[in-house]
Design a binder for this molecule. Structure first.
Ligand code: PA5
Length: 448
C-alpha cells in the first residue's frame, strides 16, 4: 500500500537548509509535550491516539444507525457548524460523484447541510426542497447551545414532527452531543433520540474521526473502517524517528521555517474540485488552532486550474508573503481522453488521445515552476488516489502537523477564545436574557 508523500524540495530552496535540520530536535520537543500531555491545552488531546482507540462496537453502532437512516431517507440533513460539519463535508465531497445531487437514486440518500449559516433564504429554500422528501436529521453540537444549529434544528424538527408525527420524527433524529451538558443533551434525554457522544477531550475541529464525522460519512455510503485504517497508518508514520521520513514532522517544520522568513500566508491549492471542502476543513483546523496572540499563518485556499484565471495573477506577482501547499492526486477515478477532430479548428489535435489528467498535471507542473520563479515556496503533498484510506491518512496528517505547528508557535492549538467575541455582540444585539449589561453598552457604542 502506498502512502501520501510530502515533497519539500521547492520550499527548502527558500530557507537555510542547515537551520532546517535543527527542526528535528525542536519538533521532537513539541511532540514530547503532546505525548506526555505537558503542553498547552493538554486536556484536549483525545484525538491524538483516537484512530487506534475507536472500538469495534462503536463502529458497528455507527454503521447500524447509518443503515437504518439510509433505509428511511432520501435525504439526510446534517445540522452543525464549524468542527461539527466541516470534517464530514470534506470527506463526503472528496469521495462523492460531483453530480450525484442531480440524480434521483432512491438507494443512496443525499447529504445536505443546515445550521452552518444564518441565511433565512438558505433555510427557507432547504425546507421548501424537503417538503415532499423523506428525510432524517443528524444534529451535531458539542456544546449543545450554538445558535446557528439550534435555530436550524428547531425549524427542521418542527417540520418533521408536523409531517410524520412526534414518534416517527424522534425515530428520524440522531443527535451527537456532550454526555451531560447542553440543551441538546436535555432534548435527547426528554425525546429519547438515538445519540452518540463527543468526548470531552476532543475539540470540534479535531472531531472528524468521532461520530461527528463518521456517522454522516457512513450515512453517505462510505467505508468508515477504511478511513480509520488510513488514519492509523498515518499515526504510525508520524511516529517514525527519522525526521526525513516523517511527513508530519516535515510539514510542521517547513511551515514554521517559512513563517520565520515572513511567509505569513499559506495557500492550499488543489487541481481537483472534489478537494474544495478538504480545503475548507483545513482552513478551520489551522486558522482556529494557530491564529492567536497576534501570531499564526493565515490559511487560504485556491482551486486550480479554475482560480489560475482569477487568483493566479496575485500568487504570481502580488505581495511576496505567501507560500503554497499543493495537494496533488496521482490517479483519477475515471479515464477520459481528448478526442481527435478532423477539422482541428481549435488546434488541439496535438493532444488527441491524451488523458485530460495529463493536461491537468502539466498545468500543475507549469504553475509550480512559474510560482517558484515568482518567489513562492512550494510544498507538494501527493495522494495516490481519492478513497477513504488516503483521506483518512490526509486528515490525521493535517491534525497532528497542526498541533505540532501550534506548539512551535508557542500558542495553545486547542482553544478558540476569539470565537466568543462575535457571539457576545450578537447576543447583546439580540437582547438575549442574561446579556442586559452587554446590550446597554453595545447600544451606547452604536449611538455614540
Ligand atoms: O472547532 C470548534 O471547536 C468549533 O468550530 C465548533 O466545532 C463550532 O463552534 C460548533 O460548536 P458546537 O459543536 O459546540 O455547536
Amino acid at each position: 500500500m502506498k502512502n501520501i508523500q510530502i515533497d519539500l524540495k521547492n520550499a527548502l530552496s527558500f530557507i537555510n537548509q542547515n537551520d532546517f535540520k535543527n527542526y528535528d530536535k525542536q519538533v521532537n520537543n513539541q511532540v514530547k509535550k503532546l505525548e506526555n500531555k505537558t503542553g498547552k491545552g493538554s486536556d484536549f488531546l483525545g484525538w491524538l491516539n483516537l484512530p487506534e482507540n475507536i472500538s469495534k462496537d462503536q463502529i458497528a453502532d455507527i454503521n447500524e444507525t447509518a443503515k437504518r437512516l439510509r433505509s428511511i431517507s432520501e435525504i439526510i440533513v446534517v445540522i452543525g457548524i464549524g468542527g461539527s460539519y466541516l470534517g464530514a463535508k470534506s470527506v463526503i465531497d472528496g469521495l462523492s460523484g460531483q453530480f450525484n445531487h442531480l440524480k434521483h437514486d432512491k438507494n443512496n440518500p443525499q447529504t445536505l447541510f443546515a445550521g452552518q449559516n444564518l441565511s433565512e433564504d438558505y433555510h427557507y429554500e432547504l425546507l421548501d426542497f424537503l417538503k415532499d422528501k423523506n428525510y432524517s436529521i443528524i444534529v451535531i453540537s458539542k456544546s449543545g447551545t450554538t445558535t446557528e444549529p439550534a435555530i436550524a434544528f428547531r425549524l427542521f424538527r418542527k417540520d418533521l414532527e408536523k409531517r410524520f408525527g412526534n414518534k416517527e420524527a424522534s425515530n428520524r433524529i440522531v443527535a451527537i452531543t456532550d454526555a451531560t451538558k447542553g440543551a441538546l443533551r436535555e432534548m435527547v434525554d426528554q425525546e429519547n433520540y438515538k445519540s452518540f457522544l463527543i468526548d470531552d477531550d476532543i475539540g470540534g475541529r479535531y472531531s472528524v474521526l468521532t461520530p461527528v464525522g463518521l456517522l454522516p460519512i457512513a450515512c453517505a455510503g462510505f467505508n468508515i473502517e477504511e478511513l480509520i485504517e488510513g488514519a492509523i497508518s498515518m499515526l504510525n508514520l508520524s511516529q517514525n524517528n527519522s525526521f526525513d521520513e516523517n511527513p508530519v514532522h516535515q510539514y510542521a517544520a517547513i511551515r514554521h521555517a517559512l513563517y520565520s522568513k515572513n511567509k505569513t500566508i499559506e495557500i492550499l491549492a488543489n487541481y481537483n474540485p472534489k478537494l474544495n471542502s478538504i480545503a475548507e476543513w483545513w482552513k478551520q483546523l489551522f486558522g482556529e488552532s494557530e491564529g492567536k496572540e497576534n501570531k499564526g499563518i493565515f490559511p487560504a485556499s485556491v482551486n486550480f486550474t479554475t482560480d489560475l484565471h482569477s487568483m493566479g495573477q496575485y500568487v504570481q506577482e502580488g505581495l511576496r508573503n505567501i507560500f503554497e501547499t499543493v495537494i496533488s492526486v496521482e490517479k483519477t477515478k475515471f479515464s477520459l481522453n481528448i478526442p481527435s477532430d478532423n477539422d482541428n479548428y481549435d488546434g488541439l489535435n496535438f493532444l488527441a488521445g491524451k488523458p485530460i489528467d495529463f493536461v491537468n498535471k502539466m498545468a500543475e507542473l507549469g504553475t509550480t515552476l512559474a510560482h517558484i520563479d515568482g518567489n513562492v515556496p512550494n510544498i507538494k503533498i501527493t495522494i495516490p488516489e481519492l478513497n477513504e484510506y488516503y483521506l483518512g491518512q490526509l486528515l490525521y496528517f493535517f491534525e497532528k502537523s497542526c498541533a505540532i505547528s501550534g506548539y512551535l508557535l508557542g500558542i495553545n492549538p486547542f482553544d478558540q477564545p476569539g470565537v466568543e467575541a462575535y457571539k457576545e455582540n450578537m447576543f447583546a444585539l439580540l437582547e438575549k436574557p442574561g446579556f442586559e449589561e452587554e446590550s446597554n453598552s453595545i447600544k451606547k457604542k452604536l449611538n455614540s
